[in-house]
Ligand binder design. Structure first.
Ligand SMILES: [Zn+2]
Ligand SMILES: [Zn+2]
Length: 303
C-alpha cells in the first residue's frame, strides 16, 4: 500500500490556503518527501503525519519554491527525535544549495546524504520503494521521479500440499528461495502464481512536456504533475517560462496511460484552478485539479 498526500499546490510563492507544491508518500511506515518549499512543514503538520519517519527527500530542482523550506523542516524532524540518516536526491547543483541552507540549520542529530543525479538513475527509497528519475526541461536542471512498490507473486498452498512440501519450508519459498527436504526439492516457481502488478506514482514538475516524461509515467497508478496555467491562452507563457498548461499535463497522462492524474503547481495568478478543469478532463477523464491536503491510498488490487 502507498499513502499519498499532496501537501501543497502552489507554484512560485505560497498563498493563504495554498502552500507550495510538495508531495509526501508513506510506505511501510517510512516517508519520502518530494520538494520542500517555504511552508511545507506547516502543510505537513496540517496533514497530521508525524515527522520522525522522514527518510528521503527528492528535489525536482533548486528554485526556492521547491527547496527553501528545507532548513525549518530539518529542525522540526530533529525535534521529533530522528537520529537516523536522511537521503537527499536532486539534480546537479543540489548539494551546493543544501549545504548553503545547512549553514542556518547546523548541528542536526542525523546525517544528510546528498546524491546528485543527471536523470536516468535508479535508487532504493524507504519502505522497499524503487525510485527512478529522468531529466526535464526548465531554466535549471530538473528531475522528474517515479516510485514503484513491487508486489511479490502469490504463494499457492494447494500446489505446495500436492507436491508434499513440508509446511516449515513454505516461508522460504514465499521469499523466492528454493527448498530441499529429505524426500525432494522444489523451486519457488513451482508454488508461486503469476507475476502481479505493483503500485506506482510519478512526480513531475517545472518542466515542459517531453516524451521522456511520458515514458517515465507509463502505466503509473497516480501521476502528480504540474499544470502552472489553466487556460489554453497561456500556452505561449507556458513555453516561455518552461511550464505546462492543464491541457499539456493531461496529454502526458493520456499518452502514458496512467490511472489517475493530480494537477498541481498553479501560478499565483490562477486564483480558481478548478474553473479550468475541463481543459484537462476533455483530454484525460481521470484528471483532478489538486488542492492542498488531497490524499489517496493506493492498494494492491485483488485481481
Ligand atoms: Zn516551481
Ligand atoms: Zn522552477
Amino acid at each position: 500500500m502507498i499513502e499519498v498526500v499532496l501537501l501543497g499546490t502552489g507554484g512560485m510563492l505560497p498563498l493563504p490556503e495554498r502552500w507550495l507544491s510538495s508531495l509526501l508518500i508513506r510506505v511501510n511506515g517510512a516517508f519520502t518527501l518530494f520538494d520542500c518549499g517555504e511552508g511545507t512543514q506547516i502543510a505537513w503538520r496540517e496533514a497530521g503525519w508525524s515527522f520522525r519517519r522522514l527518510a528521503a527527500i527528492c528535489f525536482s530542482h533548486t528554485h526556492a519554491d521547491h527547496i527553501a523550506g528545507l532548513p525549518g523542516l530539518l529542525h522540526t524532524v530533529a525535534n521529533a527525535g530522528r537520529i537516523e540518516p536522511i537521503d537527499v536526491y536532486g539534480p546537479a547543483g543540489t548539494a551546493d544549495v543544501v549545504n548553503g541552507l545547512l549553514t542556518i540549520a547546523p548541528a542536526l542529530p542525523y546525517e544528510l546524504r546528498v546524491t546528485e543525479f543527471a536523470g536516468g538513475e535508479r535508487m532504493k527509497l524507504p519502505g522497499e520503494l524503487l525510485g527512478s528519475s529522468v531529466a526535464g526541461q526548465h531554466e535549471l536542471p530538473v528531475l522528474a521521479y517515479r516510485v514503484d512498490l513491487p508486489r511479490s507473486r502469490a504463494f499457492l498452498p494447494e500446489r505446495a500440499r500436492q507436491l508434499g512440501v513440508p509446511i516449515a519450508l513454505w516461508q522460504r519459498l514465499q521469499r523466492g528461495e528454493s527448498a530441499e527436504w529429505a524426500d525432494g526439492k522444489i523451486t519457488p516457481s513451482q508454488v508461486l502464481g503469476p507475476e502481479r502488478k505493483g503500485l506506482s506514482v510519478a512526480y513531475v514538475t517545472d518542466t515542459r512536456p517531453l516524451p521522456e516524461l511520458v515514458a517515465l509515467a507509463t502505466g503509473v497508478d497516480l501521476l502528480v504533475c504540474e499544470g502552472t496555467y489553466g487556460s489554453d491562452d497561456e500556452f505561449p507563457k507556458a513555453v516561455r517560462n518552461q511550464h505546462m498548461t492543464f491541457r499539456e499535463t493531461a496529454t502526458i497522462a493520456r499518452d502514458a496511460g496512467v490511472g489517475r492524474l493530480w494537477i498541481t503547481h498553479f501560478s499565483p495568478a490562477l486564483l480558481d484552478p478548478g474553473a479550468f478543469a475541463a481543459n484537462a478532463e476533455t483530454v484525460f477523464a481521470a484528471s483532478t485539479v489538486g488542492w492542498d491536503g488531497l490524499s489517496m491510498t493506493l492498494a494492491f488490487s485483488e485481481r
